[in-house]
Design a protein around this ligand. Structure first.
Ligand SMILES: [Mn+2]
Length: 249
C-alpha cells in the first residue's frame, strides 16, 4: 500500500517569486512519486488563493491541475481537505478532476489497518481570536455569496496582498515562540487523540514545520507535513507505518 500526504504548497504565492519553477517542483514530485500510489491526500493550503465563481475560475495552475487529472484518471484516489488559503473550492475542481473535497476541522479515517485523524490544522493548536473570526467569515455562506458578487479586479489583488502580509508576519516568529507553538500543538493533538482513543496517527499541515512526535498521553503520533516553501516535505504511509520525507529532485 502507498498513500501520500502533502500540504501547504501555496501555489501562486507572490513571495515565491518564480511561481512556474515552484509549480514544476510539485508536478515533478507527483509525476515521480504519486503514479503508483493508491491514494493522495492534499491537506490544505495547496493553492495560495483560489475562488470558484459559478461560471468562471481563476487563471493559473494548469500543469498542477493537469497532473492531478492524470492521477485521478489513472485511478489514484485524491482527497483535498481545504485549508485557510484554499477554503473556496466548491464543485468545479471536485467535478473536473474527479476528486473528493472535504471542508472540516478534521476527519477520522481508516487507511489500511490504521486509524488516522486528518486535518489541515488551522483549527488545531494555537490560534488567535482574530484569526478564528476571519476564518469563520471566510467559511460563512452569506459572506461567500456577497464576495462572489464583487469583481475579481477588486478581490484578487486584495486577497494576494493579504496572503503576502500574513506570510511576512510568519517569518518574524522567533525560536521561543516557535517552541511555544509546537508545545500548544502537541497539547491540543494529545487532547484530540485522547478523545479518539483508537487513533494511530494525527496528520496535519498548516504549521509549516515537519514534525513526527509521539503524543505523551496516547499511543498515537503527531505528524506535521511541513511545507513546499522552505522544506519540500511530504509523508508516505505503507499500510503500516508513516514517515515524513524531504523530496529531492
Ligand atoms: Mn494554513
Amino acid at each position: 500500500m502507498k498513500v501520500l500526504f502533502i500540504s501547504d504548497i501555496h501555489l501562486g504565492a507572490r513571495y515565491m517569486g518564480d511561481t512556474r519553477t515552484h509549480e514544476a517542483r510539485v508536478v515533478n514530485f507527483l509525476r515521480n512519486e504519486a503514479h503508483d500510489a493508491d491514494s493522495l491526500y492534499l491537506l490544505g493550503d495547496i493553492l495560495d488563493y483560489w475562488f470558484e465563481y459559478r461560471n468562471v475560475v481563476p487563471r493559473g495552475f494548469i500543469r498542477f491541475f493537469g497532473e492531478l487529472a492524470a492521477l485521478s484518471d489513472a485511478g489514484v484516489k485524491i482527497t483535498w481537505m481545504t485549508g485557510n488559503h484554499d477554503i473556496w473550492l466548491f464543485d468545479y475542481l471536485r467535478d473536473e478532476l474527479g476528486i473528493e473535497v472535504v471542508d472540516a476541522p478534521y476527519i477520522v479515517s481508516k487507511i489500511g489497518t490504521r486509524r488516522f485523524i486528518l486535518a489541515h490544522g488551522d483549527r488545531i493548536g494555537r490560534t488567535t481570536a482574530g484569526f478564528r473570526f476571519i476564518c469563520s467569515l471566510f467559511r460563512n455562506k452569506v459572506c461567500q455569496k456577497l464576495y462572489s458578487g464583487l469583481h475579481p479586479r477588486i478581490t484578487v489583488p486584495f486577497a494576494k496582498a493579504w496572503s503576502n502580509s500574513s506570510r511576512c508576519g510568519k517569518g518574524a516568529i522567533d525560536d521561543a515562540e516557535r517552541k511555544a507553538q509546537i508545545r500548544t500543538l502537541v497539547e491540543d493533538a494529545d487532547k484530540l487523540a485522547k478523545a479518539n482513543p483508537d487513533i494511530d496517527f494525527i496528520v496535519m499541515g498548516h504549521h509549516h514545520i515537519p514534525l513526527d512526535i509521539p503524543l505523551p498521553q496516547s499511543s498515537a503520533r503527531l505528524i506535521v507535513l511541513g511545507d513546499w516553501i522552505d522544506n519540500d516535505t511530504y509523508a508516505i504511509f505503507d499500510g503500516n507505518d508513516i514517515t515524513v520525507r524531504r523530496y529531492r529532485l
